[in-house]
Design a protein around this ligand. Structure first.
Ligand code: EPU
Length: 311
């Protein structure tokens, strides 16, 4: 399956020696970092290196070093749409969370936001300046970069619909700005995977603060009723197959409440798998397999994972 990547488990070697590879990096470097600290699922083994570059030059240097040393590199945002294997990542996990990647500016009806900005912050800032258009993102736990990479959204709208342009860096350290017409956004995906997203320019429109607030509350209420936010999860697990709701199909197969280890299908929304305490990635994968088989069996529909799986 192309949504599963095969990575080697973190080896038991003296990695502090290997840290020297990254001499010159000014940002934070953590060794053997538990990735469950960085995912909304609260699941995931350790990353051999967890690196937060300080600025653009630091990021360029990092890309150069991983390339030269043939170290795999993976980008994580808020970790909200991802399942990381229990054996961890034998490579670098990169997060753009330093100040340089978290700035945003507002100019008339345009927002320019760094990829490390949280969607919730962006929404708040827009609301404060009487700018609307982003409310549908209410309650989606993610960063701007993560949201763009997977064209996050709802039934009503996706973030790609608002984009004017996106500034990216390729893996050779070259920066360019892609115009909206050069980016292909589709359902929960965008053709940006060969780049590191640095920032985005979004077009919004003027509206009264109170009206914006009302709409945000409506979206929040919908989420509270329809979705299960009581425990750690990664949001919807499967994409909706064209013309169907994955949640409804899984529900009709009787999976609500079905448990494997500490991973459990939500009783409220069957496309949510909850971590009831110390679920392992393998518990989730087993549950996903059972669900896929049964939905295929009963409806002849192949469910496709919405969450990214690193293992
Ligand atoms: N339904 C059931 N049983 C369930 C779940 C849903 O019968 O267990 C029914 C609902 O009653 C409704 C229909 O299925 O008639 C659709 O359900 P819902 O309104 O919850 O929307 P969804 O299609 O399951 C999608 C997105 C959500 C997004 C909501 C609202 C996907 C996979 N899911 O959910 O996105 O929040 O619409 O816009 O596209 C996410 O991407 O992580 C996510 C949660």
């Amino acid at each position: 399956m192309n949504w599963q990547r095969n990575l080697n488990p973190v080896k038991n070697i003296n990695i502090s020696n290997e840290k020297k590879i990254f001499n010159g990096i000014k940002g934070k470097i953590k060794l053997n970092e538990p990735l469950k600290r960085h995912t909304t699922f609260k699941i995931g083994g350790r990353a051999k290196f967890f690196i937060e570059p300080k600025d653009i030059d630091d990021l360029k240097l990092l890309l150069n070093l991983v390339k030269r040393n043939k170290i795999p590199i993976f980008i994580i945002g808020r970790g909200s749409n991802i399942l990381i294997g229990d054996k961890g990542i034998d490579g670098v996990v990169l997060r753009l969370s330093s100040r340089c990647f978290k700035s945003f500016t507002i100019e008339k009806i345009r927002l320019e936001a760094g990829s490390g900005v949280m969607l919730s912050q962006l929404l708040k800032a827009a609301q404060n300046y009487d700018l609307s258009g982003l409310e549908f993102l209410t309650g989606i736990p993610g960063t701007v970069g993560g949201a763009l990479a997977m064209n996050a959204g709802t039934r009503w709208k996706n973030i790609g619909d608002l984009v004017e342009n996106v500034t990216v860096m390729d893996y050779n350290g070259n920066i360019k700005t892609l115009d909206k017409k050069d980016i292909k956004f589709s359902y929960r995906t965008a053709n940006l995977s060969k780049y590191i997203i640095l920032s985005v320019s979004i077009k919004v429109f003027r509206e009264n603060k109170e009206q914006i607030k009302e709409r945000i509350e409506k979206y929040l209420d919908y989420r509270k009723v329809a979705q299960d936010l009581s425990k750690a999860s990664a949001g919807c697990i499967f994409k909706n197959p064209s013309g169907y709701s994955a949640g409804r199909l899984i529900d009709l197969c009787g999976f609500k409440g079905k448990r494997t280890g500490d991973a459990c299908v939500s009783k409220r929304h069957a496309n949510f798998i909850l971590n009831k305490g110390s679920a392992k990635a393998n518990d989730v994968l087993k549950l996903m397999d059972l669900i896929k088989k049964e939905v295929k069996n009963k409806f002849n529909i192949t469910l496709e994972s919405e969450i990214k799986i690193w293992q």
